[in-house]
Design a protein around this ligand. Structure first.
Ligand code: NAD
Length: 493
């Protein structure tokens, strides 16, 4: 690409967006937003107060009724305008995301595309929000209908790993359905949504329909406890997801809380290894392993183990680690110094518990970026399912190879985990693939595919400790989460 937009060196102190206006936080507490590749501060994010949460919710509540009365076709047209602006500024969004999250520019472009796809799906609200009716449904001459009505103010609490996409699993559907909204980004990556809200501000939504509030867990708690919020969408780690689920239940709210993961990729004897290995590398090391769908435990049939290992290590060694704005880089840093230290601890622990390092990314040096939070691809073998590295979510570029002797053994290992986010199998056998799909207790299943990320018109599922709730983000699940079905029975005779 010949002309690329410049990214700023520093975005200043970020603001909140309340009632259609950009406002400085009243809080004097700010935190640094750090570029994980350079280790340098790129913005300061305010730790907003409960009073500011109240202001945002009050604005959203005030805006609700007239927004709810705005015809769905008008709401849909505003979604078209959102899409148009996101397309026009696609590259800026992706580049800001690289700066604050560390992912590569191609990963950031992919994420921006995924965000836009949710706007596209929500633009179909005139069809999606239709109810249904049955003449004489309640007896002769008595008709019955179910209508989908919006409920009021909703909010989302987002994680650091997809700064743009994850709020888009929720807000476009909520707003298209006629609700109003408050977004709380992760304080580690608040610049992307700040920029996106600057674009959305130009669309002309009535003030208060969409609001943005920066901050930490205090803001998240204030949203969950707020009497005027009808429901919360959360994505993050399992302990926090559990807390969100409990708190929302306590405060009588709808809730969908997506948690952490520990995903297995299973390689059967008949897998086409060159393709499987390429695909698995991007699952394991894409976004530096910081995806909830990332492959982490690789369960390999023993008769092909040696060949698989050789191919996998040869390719993993060639992954180019660096600053994601460089188009030639394949993998960026992890999010923070703290995350890096935690991942290094996991590696130490795996060694002390008997794991054998086949590839050690601990001492990687990236030229020009001595202060970045880099870890190179790291691969263990001699890992057993009871070891810490096999059980806990590492959320970094670290994977474990394990030998298996049957599909049953693989499924037992998958089911021994408390998580159930995703699982994949590589095979040429339809019978084995079907059995895997049928039996495995995970929300997202890949067959010859290591990142089974549902498109916007499908729900983003999750089982066990990876999801608390029943209706998921995206697609019709989102429409059902953001509306209530009211039944009307009518007799005119
Ligand atoms: P996190 O749980 O630390 O934070 C997520 C959000 O919750 C942030 O906005 C944060 O401010 C808020 N928060 C943190 N602690 C809180 C508390 N005690 N009370 C209230 N709010 C609190 O998660 P993270 O580190 O930002 O994201 C990584 C995690 O997200 C990983 O576990 C990953 O697997 C998970 N994730 C899951 C999915 C999924 O679809 N299941 C998708 C993406 C990420």
């Amino acid at each position: 690409m010949s002309h690329l937009p410049e990214v700023k060196e520093h975005y200043g102190i970020l603001k909140n967006y309340i009632e259609g206006k950009w406002v400085d936080s009243a809080s004097d507490k700010t935190e640094a937003v750090i570029n994980p590749a350079t280790g340098k501060e790129i913005a300061r994010v305010p730790m907003s107060t409960r009073k500011e949460v109240d202001d945002a919710v009050a604005a959203a509540k005030e805006a609700w009724w007239s927004w709810r009365e705005t015809p769905p076709v008008t709401r849909a047209r505003m979604m078209f305008a959102v899409k148009e602006l996101l397309e026009q500024h696609f590259e800026e969004i992706a580049r800001i995301m690289v700066q604050e999250n560390g992912k590569t520019i191609d990963e950031a472009r992919g994420e921006t595309r995924r965000a836009i796809e949710n706007v596209e799906v929500a633009s179909g609200i005139t069809t999606l929000q239709m109810g249904y009716s049955l003449e004489d449904g309640a007896g002769s001459g008595i008709d019955e209908e179910a209508i989908r009505q919006p409920l009021g103010v909703f909010a989302c609490i987002a994680p650091f790993n997809f700064p743009a996409m994850i709020p888009f699993w929720f807000w476009p559907y909520a707003v298209a359905c006629g609700n109003t909204y408050v977004i709380k980004p992760s304080r580690q990556v608040p610049c992307t949504m700040q920029y996106i809200l600057e674009l959305i501000d130009r669309v002309g939504f009535p003030p208060g329909v969409i609001n943005l509030i920066n901050g930490s867990h205090d803001v998240a708690d204030a949203l969950m406890e707020h009497p005027d919020i009808k429901g919360i969408s959360f994505v993050g780690s399992t302990p926090v997801a559990r807390h969100v689920y409990k708190t929302c239940a306590q405060y009588g709210k709808r809730v969908q809380a997506q948690g952490g993961a520990k995903n297995c990729l299973v390689v059967m004897s008949d897998a086409v290894l060159p393709q499987a290995v390429s695909n698995m590398l991007s699952s394991c090391f894409g976004c530096a392993g910081q995806r909830c769908l990332a492959g982490s435990n690789l369960l390999i049939m023993e008769d092909i183990y040696d060949e698989f290992k050789e191919r996998f290590i040869a390719r993993a060694k060639n992954i180019k680690v660096g600053y994601g704005l460089d188009e030639s880089v394949n993998m960026g840093p992890v999010i923070s110094a703290k995350a890096r230290a935690k991942i290094l601890d996991y590696i130490e622990k795996a060694i002390s518990e008997g794991g054998r390092l086949l590839l050690d990314g601990r001492d990687i040096k990236v030229e020009g970026y001595p202060d970045g939070f880099f870890i190179g691809p790291t691969v263990f073998e001699n890992v057993t399912p009871d070891m810490t590295i096999a059980k806990e979510e590492v959320f970094g570029p670290v994977v474990s190879l394990m030998k298996i002797s049957s599909l049953d053994e693989a499924i037992d290992i998958i089911h021994s985990s408390p998580f159930g986010n995703a699982a994949s199998i590589y095979t040429q056998s339809g019978k084995i693939a079907r059995e895997f799909k049928y039996r495995v207790q995970a929300g997202n299943i890949g067959i010859n595919l290591g990142i089974a990320a549902p498109m916007a018109y499908f729900p983003f599922a999750g089982y066990k400790d990876s999801f608390f709730g029943d209706l998921h983000g995206q697609g019709m699940d989102a429409i059902n989460f953001f509306t209530d079905r009211k039944v009307v029975i009518t007799r005119w005779i």
